[in-house]
Design a protein around this ligand. Structure first.
Ligand code: AMP
Ligand code: ZN
Length: 469
């Protein structure tokens, strides 16, 4: 079944129409979070890509089924080049927080869901957990061993034999002959692998005592890539019309998943590999060591609507690297508030021109169906906002309809600024005096005091401005 949605397939290196192979719904798999920490705004950009696609399909009357996994075991720490070099991310965090690893997983899984809800994401059909899908993985690994695509190494780990999958490397361009020995630095693995590019499907427990399961090859835990093969084959019935993830997952994660899945069933499982480009923050890659990791809670703490983040993402095409800044978030927050205020005013102006509304919706859908060109579609919306020849009622109808794709809750009531209490007014006055007399230490202390009372402050050339958080 054709969908009219065209999207860039990393493997084909071209824009292709998305089709529902089963004839009734588009099957979508999106690699989910590794739940050892809160998702940062970059991760959220990738997760919102799935929501945009789903909403676009729904808008054009097409059903979809989205599966997003929760990685709560087996994702090892990596170095900058993506090589596995450390321990399991969940177990490391569990040591740091002195908590049971499963408690860590459930804690960050809950905050992942809370973030998605704040971003108005339509829930996926299922969020399978790796730790609860072990049986499926064991079955898949056993099948790969019996068809000679995998073998048990001398260290008790099970490895995928990369050279048995001829078209390895088609997604990323990293073909086996160009993958030099030593690309991976996990020495424990390297000793037992028959070929340097093989990877572990099942890792022997060795000294590990937590998060391990019994298997035909002894106690151990799964490699990271096998969960996505097992879950997508099972929950999307062996066919994935769209497979999503951030660009860093192209290699090795998706390359290995493709090799595992295709080898297990004997055909191409994924039709389109779609990758979202990375998000930078204030011009730099977000990283713990650089101290510039931004979470959704940071956006909210600054008094900004979480949906302002959604609008910022929509203003940039998913396939381009994007630089998010506090200024762009503040501007998006102001735009949302302006639109919501205008919706109230417009609703009382004139009649709805239904023909215009349906043409406008078609135009918006048309732009987004061309490889998710949301920036272009939003330009149309901004033009409509300013168009004095169109009635207010028609504008309201257009904004409400296209918001089914954008998910910005444009019809929501605008912010109302409640009066400051006498205590807050006094503190604001005191801070103003401190700033006028250039006593910045006092003014900073007063800002902290006000923050505790739920007030955020912005200093601008025209003076201090405040708002409720
Ligand atoms: P993780 O929780 O680290 O497994 O990552 C979850 C998802 O976020 C994956 O699809 C990653 O590719 C994606 N991702 C990681 N960093 C960024 C970033 N800076 N911008 C956009 N997506 C990212
Ligand atoms: Zn995955």
């Amino acid at each position: 079944m054709n969908t009219g949605l065209f999207i860039f397939d990393t493997k084909a290196r071209s824009v292709k129409e998305v089709c529902a192979k089963n004839g009734f719904e588009v099957s979508i798999y999106c690699c989910g979070p590794t739940v050892y920490r809160d998702a940062h705004v970059g991760n959220l950009r990738t997760f919102l890509l799935g929501d945009l696609i789903k909403r676009t399909l729904t808008f054009s009357g097409i059903d979809s089924r989205l599966i997003q996994n929760i990685t709560d075991v087996g994702h090892m720490a990596e170095d900058i080049a993506g090589n596995e070099v450390g321990g399991d991310k969940l177990l490391e965090q569990s040591k740091l927080e002195a908590k049971d690893p499963f408690d860590i997983a459930r804690k960050y899984e809950a905050s992942f869901h809370a973030d998605l809800a704040k971003l108005n994401v339509i829930p996926a059909a299922a969020y399978p957990r790796a730790s609860e899908t072990i049986d499926l993985m064991l079955k898949l690994i056993a099948d790969l061993i019996s068809s000679n695509h995998a073998y048990v190494g001398s260290d008790g780990c099970v490895y995928f034999a990369a050279s048995t999958f001829e078209s390895y490397g088609e997604i990323s361009g990293n073909r086996l002959d160009s993958l030099k020995p030593g690309h991976r630095h996990d020495s424990a693995e390297d000793g037992a692998k028959l070929f340097h590019a093989d990877w572990a499907l099942w890792k022997a427990a060795a000294n590990r005592s937590e998060m391990i399961w019994d298997s035909p090859w002894g106690p151990g835990f799964p490699g990271w890539h096998i969960e996505c093969s097992a879950m997508s084959l099972e929950l999307l019935e062996g066919n994935v019309d769209l497979h999503l993830g951030g660009i860093d997952l192209r290699f090795p994660h998706h390359e290995n998943e493709r090799a595992q899945s295709n080898s297990a069933v004997g055909y191409e499982v994924v039709e389109n590999w779609v990758h979202g480009e990375h998000l930078l923050f204030e011009g730099r890659k977000m990283s713990k060591s650089a101290g510039n990791v931004v979470l959704l809670s940071d956006v909210i703490e600054k008094g900004l609507d979480p949906l302002a983040l959604r609008l910022c993402f929509l203003e940039n095409r998913y396939r381009g690297q994007m630089d998010l800044t506090w200024d762009s978030l503040r501007a998006a927050d102001a735009t949302l508030d302006r639109w919501r205020k205008k919706m109230v005013q417009w609703s009382e102006q004139g009649e709805v021109d239904n023909k215009f509304v349906s043409d406008f919706c078609e135009g918006t859908l048309g732009d987004i169906q061309q490889d998710l060109d949301t920036p272009r579609a939003l330009q149309q919306l901004r033009r409509l906002e300013k168009d004095e020849l169109i009635s207010g009622a028609t504008k309201v109808a257009c904004f409400i309809r296209v918001d089914e794709i954008y998910g910005l809750e444009i019809a929501r009531a605008p912010k109302v600024k409640a009066e400051a209490t006498p205590e807050i007014s006094d503190l604001l006055e005191e801070r103003k005096r401190a700033r006028d007399s250039k006593d910045f230490e006092a003014s900073d202390k007063l800002r902290d005091q006000l923050l505790k009372l739920g007030i955020s402050i912005k200093d601008s050339p025209s003076g201090q401005e405040w708002d409720w958080i």
